[in-house]
Design a protein around this ligand. Structure first.
Ligand code: DAH
Length: 338
């Protein structure tokens, strides 16, 4: 039994010396010194040992236990110190390294174009106004003289939130919200997101418009045309031509669509303008007296004009962007170009 114990000590000390992992080391402690461990196992044979030899065996057993326990504690301390040293060196901070520059962001191209357009109207005395993206059918349609049977109400175009509530399909409802809380003279521009069930290379289900509304005594179509021409010259350049085509919108009468000479081919005809030489950029008209009735404006006294332009389309024209989806994928390789 004495030899068995001595052999166990030798084997245990060797195993402990080779252990490089704290958890394995704890396993070794259980394996040798635990209640069902090796030392206990050997001592089970003590009954067969003559009584006078037992105290000596007991002493040896205790000495072996102590030696193994001490070895494990020492190894544990060593391993912990190693781990600490490793952590200290791997997490060390080199104070002489140059700093890392935070990446500088910038405004999204849509916001840049929006601001540029708004600034031109601010100079003319327009103020900015806003309204909710989730809008009632009353503001989005009824109060703008868009009757229930108008095709724009078709569920194919409109996202319904619940009956009577939609994601606004244009920024025009803000016209009514502004008129309800302000008396003329009114001159506002309204940037905002709008939503339609539509998705292809030139349509996104969410896109951006800027609405304009001016109401006062004696406002005429000439004021509208002059303001738009000034805007177009400022934004697209003095040599850009403007063309008005008769059109229809329920909330303006008369209504027009505004084209500019193609910014790419200067009117010669190219792929962007589909060989027409012209690009449509906005819709406009004189505010329909029906709309003034909803606003409780005196339509015998006041006249006004309104317009709505698509910011995405203008941004695409300005930067020769071929697909509207580029604007919303948030790919930094694209966005950083602007
Ligand atoms: N709301 C129209 C649209 O989204 C655009 C528009 C046309 C707005 C004429 C106007 C306007 O204010 O007078 O298609």
């Amino acid at each position: 039994m004495k030899d068995q114990l001595e052999a166990l000590r030798g084997a245990a000390l060797e195993e402990i010396a080779q252990t490089a992992d704290l958890r394995v080391l704890e396993d070794a402690r259980v394996k040798y010194l635990g209640r069902k461990g090796r030392v206990t196992e050997i001592l089970r044979g003590l009954a067969q040992v003559p009584a006078e030899e037992r105290p000596a065996i007991g002493q040896i057993a205790n000495a072996v236990k102590e030696a193994i326990g001490t070895a494990i504690d020492a190894r544990k301390a060593g391993l912990e110190a190693e781990a600490e040293a490793h952590r200290a060196s791997s997490e060390a901070v080199d104070l002489s390294l140059p700093g890392r520059h935070p990446r500088r962001g910038h405004m999204h191209v849509i916001n840049q174009v929006t601001d540029e357009i708004l600034d031109i109207f601010f100079e003319l005395g327009f103020q900015v106004a806003a309204g909710p993206d989730v809008e009632t059918e009353y503001y989005n349609f009824d109060s703008l003289n868009i009757r229930p049977d108008h095709p724009a109400r078709d569920s194919h175009d409109t996202f319904f939130v619940k009956p009577g509530v939609v994601l606004r399909t244009h920024t025009s409802p803000v016209q009514m919200r502004v008129m309800e809380r302000t008396q003329p003279p009114v001159a506002v521009v309204v940037p905002g997101r709008v939503y339609r069930v539509d998705y292809d290379a030139s349509h996104s289900p969410m896109f951006n418009q800027i609405e304009g509304l001016l109401v006062d005594e004696g406002i005429t179509f000439a004021d509208l045309k002059g303001t738009l021409l000034m805007f177009i010259h400022r934004f697209f350049g003095k040599d850009t031509k403007m063309r008005l085509r008769p059109s229809f919108f329920p909330f303006t009468e008369p209504s027009a669509e505004v084209d500019i000479s193609c910014t790419v081919c200067k009117g010669q005809g190219c792929r962007v303008c589909k060989n027409s030489g012209w690009l449509e950029i906005l819709g406009c008209g004189m505010v329909n007296p029906e709309v003034f009735k909803y606003a409780k404006y005196d339509y015998g006294k006041y006249t006004g004009y309104a317009f709505g332009l698509g910011v995405d389309r203008i941004a695409m024209l300005r930067h020769a962007i071929t697909s509207i989806s580029h604007l919303y994928e948030n790919d930094l390789r694209f966005l950083e170009q602007f």
